[in-house]
Every structure is written in structure tokens, then in C-alpha cells.
Write a protein that binds this ligand. Structure first.
Ligand code: NAD
Length: 491
């Protein structure tokens, strides 16, 4: 067991506001200049937590701590089995502290507690367990050569990894990056999104408790542009940058990284197409389509926000789909009965509201949905929008789905592939040949057939086009977080 974070800054509750620090070199610390920012609970509208606002100084300190821990510390040097044991202990601690972690994400960004507690916490723990096992168990190639030589591959830790995360699945997406990076022996500086910083801090505390040495997992708080995020991505002493967020931010980060030739992995925006063929099992298609667009109030990169339904079944589909959307329970995200929480922040709500308010001007018809009190947007189903409308082309990132009829397989493949995004698509069909055929023709990183969001951590995950560069998962994460080295021996 390692140390609890210590230092001049002890986390405490100030009245009803909980304060958190950066975690740098195993200590929980404020910013050098004392600057802070607040996290507002989007349901209550009240400040619930306060964080230090980091800048270049904190980026430098955190990268230096990670560099020292990589160059001199035990983490990259210890046996894989030992790292596996520590990360497995961390997975156990994540489950033990599941209530605290889930509440942190729910208060930061309004996600229903059933999702943060029931889905995100166990998946975060699973991610640590999976990558700990994967790094311990995967073999490296050995290649006997005709010349009598023997070539083999060593997967060596890359070094200092900067991980920058979005707010929509805070701890879960952070763990997709932190777990493989740590499992392969790297050290990490994690910058959570400014709208959801709490769970990352708790995770760093738990990592120390599990025995991850100081400096191996550092967490710094602040914004992106002109702030700690930009300072981290421009830092010359960083070996990898892994980013999940908007496509425009991905472009800025790729530009910053290019100046130092730092390899980047970019998981970016999406505009998931959801295709329901005439031969679909309608009940199954409706159930998954509801989850695909309304889970987490549509704030999912993979959201099935473009729904294409075969014209012959559109009426029957819509009748059930609209009824299911209307039946969703909106409310306090801390209430286990709630299925739809508020949007994550006032700023994000303003963006989604502007899309909602322009639906009719763009020629769309709202079958169900409304702006409600506070930051709520009720499940919204729209028909009649043209393919070139902003709603159909841009990522809204809210509970708004556009429904468009199609007549033929060729036509719908063209519609799906016309998007600049290429993260994922869903197909609903009981025809096996059609499912395979269409899956092979789509320009996306993941195709789900008769389901949605089912993930095997060995499979590649990532996007095509504006949806990203690179893949995460199993050996794909290994490729990114290591420097594969060839050793050629004369026998
Ligand atoms: P965002 O791009 O606004 O912010 C993401 C992170 O980047 C934040 O931590 C932010 O502070 C930081 N950042 C912003 N500008 C920066 C800069 N110039 N330099 C360094 N860091 C910077 O994204 P968001 O609003 O937090 O998240 C929503 C977006 O994330 C959506 O587009 C969604 O599709 C995408 N997303 C993608 C995936 C995926 O796996 N492909 C998963 C989840 C979310």
C-alpha cells in the first residue's frame, strides 16, 4: 500500500463546497498563484466543488514529476506482475469507492446516478483490471529468419504520457487512457475536463493508496486554450498525447504536438448513424435506438443521432419510438428513478437549445420533445430535415435525433458515409448477409449490429475522418503506449 496524498493542502469541505487539489508527485496541492475555479452542479445550479486553476507552472511541475518518476522511479522498472497486482488493487478500490466516484461525476455533469454507479464505475474498474492483465499476458513476436538470424520485439514503455479527457464519461474515458498507459510502465499527467474534474482527483488518491508510486499518476486541473491543457500539449518533454474531445480541439492539439513531433491519439466527435432495415426486429430496434440517442441525455460521442428507417416500416417504428421517448423519466440525476438528467452545463445547454430552436426554421417537424426547466431538454424526435441541414451534419451532443426514411441499401450506405464524421454506426436487420455486407461498406470505426455500445476491450475503438486518428483497445493501446523495439540476433 502506498501513501495518501499529503502536503500543505488537505482536501476539505468549506461549508457545502468541497475543495480538491492538483495531485502532483503524490501530493495534493493548490496552484502556485492560488487561482481556483468552481464546478456547478447542473441540476441544482449550485457550486458544489472548487478546484485549483492550473497554468503553465502546474503543467511544468506535473511533467517534471512524471519525468522523474519515469527516469528514476520504480514503476517502469518493476516486474509486470507487480504492476499488475497494484493496478488490480486499484480496480478493487474503485469498486469500494464506487458511491463517491459516481456521485462526483453525477454532481459535476448531471449524469443519472444509475449510469455513473451502475455502468461507469464497474467499467472503470474493469478497464484497470483488463489492461493490467493484458500487459502481463501478451506475448511479443519472435521471428526466426532464413539467414539464421533471429528477430524479436520488445515493447518498451514510451515515457511521459499526457491524457486529456472530456466531461461526458469522465472517469470511464480517463481509465481507457490511464490504465493501458500505466500497465505498460509509463507515467501520466491527466487533465480532466474543467466541467468534470472531481473523479480524476479521487482516482489519483486511490492510485496512491493502491501502491502506485508518487509522480506516476499526476492530475492537473484547468482549461484547455491558454491554460494548463495547451501548456501540456505544447510541452517538449512529453512522449505521448492521448486526447478525447471535440474534433476542433483535436486539430489544435495535433498542431501543438506536431511542433515537438509528439505522437498523438485522437478520439474525436461523432454523428452516429442508426439504420433500421425493413427486416429488423422492431422491438429490439426501438429499445436500442432509444438507448443510443437518449443515454446520458445524448451527450455521447457514439450517440445514434441520425436515424435512417426503411420507408415501409417508418410509421410503425415511429409510433413505438415516440412512445418510448415520452416514457423516459427526467429528474434529479441523484434519484435512481431518473433516466434523463440535465445537460452538463449552462454553456452546453445554450448550444443544444440553439439547435432545438432552429428545428422548425430548417423545415423540421418535432414529433416529441421540449425545452424544460433548468438545463433540461426532453427527448426530442424530429422528422423532415434535409441531409445538408446543420442538425444532420453537425454534432449536437444532446437528446435530439433526426429521423429520415430510405428506400434502398445503396441509398442508405451513401447517406451514412456522407458525414464528415466516421465513429460508428448501428444496423438493425435479421438478415445475416445484409448485416455483414452493409457493415463492410460503412466508413466508420465501429459497427454495432442489432445492439449499441457493447465493448470488448480487445477490439479496436476509434474513428475515421473527423472522428479521430488512431485506435484504443488491447494491442492497439499497446502500440501507442510503447516503443516497439526490434532486436536482431546473429545466432
Ligand atoms: P473539448 O474538446 O471541448 O474538451 C476536451 C478536453 O480538452 C477538456 O479537458 C478541455 O479542457 C481540453 N482542451 C480544450 N482545448 C484544448 C487545447 N487547445 N489544448 C489542450 N486541451 C484542450 O470536448 P468536450 O466538450 O469536453 O467533450 C465533448 C466532445 O468529446 C464531443 O465532441 C464528443 O463527441 C467527444 N468525445 C469523443 C469520444 C470518442 O471516443 N471518440 C468519447 C467521448 C467524447
Amino acid at each position: 500500500p502506498g501513501k495518501q496524498p499529503a502536503g500543505e493542502y488537505a482536501p476539505q469541505a468549506e461549508g457545502s463546497v468541497t475543495t480538491f487539489g492538483h495531485v502532483i508527485d503524490g501530493r495534493e496541492v493548490p496552484s502556485a498563484d492560488g487561482a481556483t475555479f468552481d464546478s456547478v452542479d447542473p441540476f441544482t445550479g449550485e457550486i458544489w466543488a472548487r478546484f485549483p486553476l492550473g497554468g503553465k507552472a502546474e503543467a511544468d511541475l506535473a511533467v517534471a514529476a512524471a519525468r522523474r518518476a519515469f527516469d528514476e522511479g520504480p514503476w517502469p522498472r518493476m516486474g509486470r506482475r507487480e504492476r499488475q497486482a497494484i493496478l488490480t488493487r486499484l480496480a478493487d478500490l474503485i469498486l469500494e469507492h464506487g458511491d463517491e466516484l459516481a456521485l462526483a461525476d453525477t454532481r459535476d455533469m448531471g449524469k443519472p446516478i444509475t449510469q455513473s454507479r451502475g455502468n461507469d464505475v464497474p467499467r472503470t474498474a474493469d478497464n484497470f483490471r483488463f489492461f493490467a492483465d493484458h500487459a502481463q499476458l501478451t506475448a511479443a513476436e519472435a521471428l526466426p529468419m532464413d539467414s539464421g538470424h533471429h528477430a524479436y520485439t520488445r515493447y518498451e514503455a514510451a515515457g511521459v504520457v499526457v491524457a486529456i479527457a472530456p466531461w461526458n464519461f469522465p472517469m470511464m474515458l480517463e481509465s481507457w487512457k490511464v490504465a493501458p498507459a500505466l500497465a505498460w510502465g509509463n507515467t501520466v499527467v491527466l487533465k480532466p475536463a474543467e466541467d468534470s474534474p472531481a473523479s480524476a482527483t479521487i482516482l489519483a488518491r486511490l492510485a496512491l493508496e493502491a501502491g502506485v508510486p508518487p509522480g506516476v499518476l499526476n492530475v492537473v486541473h484547468g482549461y484547455g486554450p491558454d491554460s494548463v491543457g495547451e501548456a501540456l500539449t505544447a510541452h517538449p518533454d512529453v512522449d505521448r498525447i492521448t486526447f478525447t474531445g471535440e474534433s476542433s480541439t483535436g486539430r489544435a492539439i495535433a498542431g501543438a504536438a506536431a511542433r515537438n513531433l509528439t505522437p498523438v491519439s485522437l478520439e474525436l466527435g461523432g454523428k452516429g448513424a442508426n439504420v433500421v432495415f425493413a427486416d429488423a426486429d422492431l422491438d429490439n430496434a426501438v429499445a436500442w435506438s432509444v438507448r443510443a440517442i437518449f443515454t446520458n441525455a445524448g451527450q455521447v460521442c457514439l450517440a445514434g443521432s441520425r436515424l435512417y428507417v426503411h420507408r415501409s416500416i417508418q410509421e410503425a417504428f415511429l409510433e413505438r419510438f415516440v412512445a418510448a421517448a415520452r416514457a423516459m423519466v427526467a429528474g434529479d440525476p441523484k434519484d435512481p428513478a431518473t433516466q434523463l438528467g440535465p445537460l452538463s452545463s449552462a454553456t452546453h445547454h445554450a448550444k443544444v437549445r440553439s439547435y432545438f430552436e432552429s428545428i422548425e426554421a430548417e423545415g423540421g417537424t418535432i414529433l416529441t420533445g421540449a425545452l424544460a426547466d433548468g438545463l433540461f431538454v426532453l427527448p426530442t424526435i424530429v422528422t423532415g430535415l434535409a441531409e445538408d441541414s446543420p442538425h444532420q451534419r453537425e454534432e449536437i451532443f444532446g437528446p435530439i435525433v433526426t429521423v429520415t426514411p430510405f428506400d434502398s441499401e445503396d441509398e442508405v450506405v451513401g447517406l451514412v458515409n456522407a458525414s464528415p464524421f466516421g465513429l460508428n454506426a448501428m444496423l438493425f436487420s435479421e438478415n445475416l448477409s445484409r448485416a455483414h455486407r452493409v457493415a463492410s461498406r460503412l466508413r466508420v470505426g465501429t459497427v454495432w449490429v442489432n445492439c449499441f455500445f457493447i465493448r470488448d476491450l480487445r477490439a479496436p475503438f476509434g474513428g475515421v475522418g473527423d472522428s479521430g486518428v488512431g485506435r484504443e483497445g488491447g494491442s492497439f493501446s499497446r502500440e501507442f503506449f510503447t516503443e516497439p523495439k526490434a532486436v536482431v540476433m546473429q545466432i
